[in-house]
Ligand binder design. Structure first.
Ligand code: KIV
Ligand code: NA
Length: 278
């Protein structure tokens, strides 16, 4: 199947076909995601927590993101890939934001970049990156890079005032030139209000059923990441258990000398050669 473009996503929205979106951080996972026919992959800075073992996304660097995006591109050559701008790769200046967004395109071959926030400065960055010819996805609501100000992993937009603020942010990001916006961790009515007012595809993670598409973190939805599970996650499998059980079985069989079985898991050799060196 040919790689989807911005035109395909706009057409899907028009036709009422939901957009499927999943994170991936490595080659193997990306291969499976593409095989499953997912429309869009996010190489999220959540890789800091899921694959690098940090408590937050703050320590993730551009080099981390590029390395993982390259692996994902190799695994999913025909899928639209979004590179997630890590902490302080776009906040400092338009110039730094354009340069770092450009690295994702030049060095990793991603199709789009995503950045968090909905304030005036972020809209300026969206405009600058977009004017440099790069597709930009916004990200508002529960934005982990603003964790200190949010006060933890908490749903956003629950009061009428906060909900209005998010609806306005979505409009401003759209006006700044984003081709799509991801809305994270908001009540269903807020996801619906943003989606209904938007002229671009609105994707949701923990934002209810009305958004044009749904995102999940792959390690959450397959039951691999077990440190904590947000309320909006549906577990489609228990991969952590499956893999841990395989490891336990392997330990047991090696200890009890049941693996490997000679003649089954080993290389053959001619009798005369065995005799000669023994
Ligand atoms: O990094 C990520 O995976 C994300 C999602 C949680 C929205 O940005
Ligand atoms: Na992210």
């Amino acid at each position: 199947m040919a790689k989807k473009t911005i035109n395909d996503f706009n057409q899907m929205v028009e036709a009422g076909e939901k957009i499927t979106y999943l994170t991936a951080y490595d080659y193997l996972t990306a291969k499976m995601v593409e095989k499953a026919g997912i429309d869009m992959i996010l190489v999220g800075d959540s890789l800091g927590m899921v694959t690098l073992g940090y408590d937050t996304t703050f320590p993730v660097t551009m080099d981390d993101m590029i390395r993982h995006s390259q692996a994902v591109r190799r695994g999913a050559p025909n899928t639209f890939i979004v590179g997630d701008m890590p902490y302080m790769s776009y906040q400092v200046s338009d110039k730094a934001a354009i340069a770092n967004a450009g690295r994702f395109i030049k060095e990793a071959g991603v199709d789009c970049i995503k950045l968090e926030g909905g304030g005036e400065m972020i809209c300026k960055r969206v405009k600058a990156i977009q004017e440099a010819g790069i597709l930009v996805m916004g990200h508002i609501g529960l934005t982990p890079q603003f964790m200190g100000q949010i006060g933890g992993y908490k749903a956003q937009g629950r009061s009428a005032a906060d909900a209005m603020k998010l609806v306005n942010q979505a409009k401003l990001i759209e006006e700044a030139g984003a081709f799509s916006i991801l809305v994270e961790g908001v009540p269903t009515a807020v996801g619906k209000a943003i989606t209904e007012r938007a002229g671009i595809p609105i994707l949701g993670i923990g934002a209810g059923s009305f958004t044009h598409g749904q995102l999940l973190i792959f390690a959450d939805m397959v039951g691999l990441y077990d440190n904590f599970t947000p309320k909006f996650v549906k577990k489609y499998a228990s991969v952590n258990e499956v893999i841990t059980n395989a490891f336990k079985e392997y330990v047991k069989e090696v200890k009890e000398n049941q693996f490997p079985i000679d003649g089954v898991h080993t290389y053959g050799q001619k009798e005369e050669d065995v005799k000669e060196f023994l």
